[in-house]
Design a protein around this ligand. Structure first.
Ligand SMILES: NC(=O)c1ccc[n+]([C@@H]2O[C@H](COP(=O)([O-])OP(=O)(O)OC[C@H]3O[C@@H](n4cnc5c(N)ncnc54)[C@H](OP(=O)(O)O)[C@@H]3O)[C@@H](O)[C@H]2O)c1
Length: 329
């Protein structure tokens, strides 16, 4: 597994990270023992950068990640978690809190659930535009000075907000959606992150499974699956996007790889400062995704992929209207 720098921290992380969200909610039920085996498979494959958030499973996901880290050895993994999306248990509806008092309380609660002394990378999950970013990042910087947090990140912020935040305290990572089916950050955020030596952590790098070649029709998704509510996965858009993603199959066959591996390798080969964090609940898929680090794409391959998945080609919005709250804030 190759490594990439984590911002300017002097630390490196596996160039394929791991998103733990689906182990606790959003993509249908999961099995706790298989989750554990899957995390072990990822670690054995060289993946050491685990992504969670306080809101995933209402704390259950942090508890899982913390227990795993403490069991295998805290030093073997980097834990990234997030604060700011506040939901009632069992509800998707949320409010966003990025106030300094909330930052402090949320960090204490996350440390307790994780059962660790410090969080390696602490992100504001969403920003409430009514709270100046300087106040939010000021409170986050206090956590660094107190030794509770090692580095700071922001999720789904605008370039202007990143610049303001970076002026208060170095920002180590920006986490936003980036994949062959979601290329908007290429316009301004990716160049800005490069300029500021900020690592861009690509979430939903497999397009929430669109790019894996799997059948994602409404019948194939569990009744509780959150994707059933996302415009990209419904009706005409779902069919059009499945056709678009089908373009990966031929390239994957030619390269002796899987569609998921090509989607991840495209990110790694296109952007030297991007670290994708694919999520899965299955050990064999964790191994498959980790092996994307070995897939070599040529300039011709990249041009072909860029042509097959032009910016804006995916049909339907990536979130519902409510889901866009706090995005690009
Ligand atoms: N900052 C934010 O606002 C934000 C938002 C969303 C996600 N995230 C983070 O990003 C992480 C990854 O994003 P994501 O989970 O939304 O999307 P993703 O990684 O693009 O896709 C996950 C989906 O793909 C399936 N999958 C994964 N590898 C596969 C493979 N090799 N073959 C077939 N299917 C495969 C998974 O199913 P199985 O589990 O059944 O394998 C799951 O349904 C999350 O876990 C979370 O940590 C952050």
């Amino acid at each position: 597994m190759k490594q990439r720098p984590l911002g300017r921290t002097g630390q490196v992380v596996s160039e394929i990270g791991f998103g733990c969200m689906g182990m606790s909610e959003f993509y249908g039920p999961s099995d706790q023992s298989e989750n554990w085996t899957t995390l072990g498979a990822a670690l054995d494959a060289g993946v050491n950068f685990l992504d969670t958030a306080d809101t995933y499973g209402h704390g259950a996901n942090e508890e899982l990640v913390g227990r795993f880290a403490r069991t295998v050895g805290r030093h073997r993994v980097l834990i990234a978690t997030k604060f700011g999306i506040v939901r009632e248990p069992g509800k998707i509806e949320r409010r966003i809190d990025s106030s300094p008092a909330y930052v402090r309380a949320a960090c204490e609660a996350s440390l307790k659930r994780l059962g660790v002394d410090a969080i390696d990378l602490y992100y504001a999950h969403r920003i409430n535009p009514d709270v100046p970013i300087e106040d939010t990042v000021g409170a986050m910087a206090d956590l660094v000075r107190a030794g509770k947090v090692r580095a700071l990140g922001l999720s789904e912020v605008s370039p202007a907000t990143l610049k303001r935040a970076h002026a208060v305290h170095p920002i180590t990572a920006v986490q936003s959606e980036l994949s062959l089916t979601e290329r908007a950050p290429e316009d301004d955020m990716l160049p800005l992150c490069w300029e500021l030596s900020v690592t861009f952590v690509a979430y939903s790098p497999l397009g929430r499974a669109l790019l894996t070649g799997r059948n994602l029709s409404a019948e194939a998704l569990d009744e509780t699956d959150y994707r059933r509510s996302l415009p990209r996965f419904v009706g005409e858009a779902a069919a059009a996007n499945a056709r678009l993603a089908g373009n990966l199959k031929a390239i994957a066959a030619e390269k002796g790889a899987t569609p998921s591996q090509i989607a991840l390798a495209w990110l790694l080969s296109s952007f030297p400062h991007v670290v994708p964090i694919p999520g899965t609940r299955r050990p064999e898929r964790a191994r498959e995704n980790a092996r994307a680090s070995d897939v070599r794409l040529t300039r011709d391959d990249l041009e072909r992929l860029d042509g097959l998945f032009p910016i804006g080609a995916t049909m339907g919005a990536r979130y519902t209207e409510a889901g866009f709250a706090g995005v690009n804030a």
